[in-house]
Ligand binder design. Structure first.
Ligand code: SAH
Length: 213
């Protein structure tokens, strides 16, 4: 058996301290080497609980936020999950360990390709990636049991929430005047109920055609 990385033990402890109680979520974090998902020059900071820059001017989220969002999704191992904003692929990797299948959309081809390579290298074969505009969700694969946005929506993302199954849960950063809040949407009998979880800071969801990069 290989010794656990002490930096990983430290990270998991700080996530516990931040309110992550779900053992499956902590286990998924523990088994996913975050250093593979950040640019090499940030390798020494990969296990710090902070966001880091990735290619295309984007960011990999803070581990605590990844863990809290994943915990709030209340995933089951039969769930079909949609992620908007693949980025580095780190959140997708965590989701893939807890759900049946993950569909992840990214508007930058470069990021999508790199994320796919990392997921393959880790043997995570249940993630399907696509380059495109995730602000319209992924209609061909809808409906989903769970949906997670990792880029902020200007208001309630109705087009995406329409692709949520009844009884499903969606988590999204949403812009409010002067701040951004993480919102948990639950769909019951076609009605959307919303609960604000905490203040957050995500890059904005950008509509329209994916850039060539
Ligand atoms: N989940 C990522 C965090 C990515 S940051 C991770 O674990 O690393 C948010 C990502 O959303 C960025 O990569 C950005 O390019 C992407 N994004 C922004 N608007 C988008 C859109 N309309 N469709 C798809 N991806 C989008």
């Amino acid at each position: 058996m290989t010794m656990p990385d002490p930096r990983m033990i430290q990270l998991v402890m700080s996530l516990r301290g931040g309110g992550v109680t779900n053992k499956a979520v902590l286990g998924a974090i523990e088994r996913t080497p975050r250093d593979l998902f950040v640019p090499q020059r940030f390798g020494d900071q990969a296990f710090d609980d902070r966001p880091l820059p990735i290619d295309c001017g984007q960011t990999i989220s803070q581990p605590l936020i990844v863990a809290l969002m994943t915990q709030a999704l209340d995933l089951g191992d039969r769930d079909k999950v949609l992620e908007i904003g693949t980025g580095s692929g780190y959140q997708a990797a965590i989701l893939s360990r807890l759900a049946r299948r993950v569909y992840s959309v990214e508007r930058y081809r470069t990021l999508s390709r790199e994320a796919e390579e990392r997921l393959t290298a880790l043997g995570l074969t249940n993630v399907v990636t696509r380059v495109g505009d995730g602000s319209v969700g992924w209609p061909e694969q809808a409906p989903f049991d769970r949906i997670i946005l990792t880029a902020s929506a200007p208001q309630r993302p109705d087009a995406i929430l329409e692709q949520l199954k009844d009884g499903g849960i969606a988590i999204a950063p949403v812009d409010r005047p002067g701040r951004q809040v993480l919102v948990r949407y639950t769909r019951t009998d076609g009605d959307i109920h919303e609960q604000e979880l905490m203040d957050v800071r995500f890059v904005p969801m950008v509509k329209g055609e994916a850039k060539a990069l």
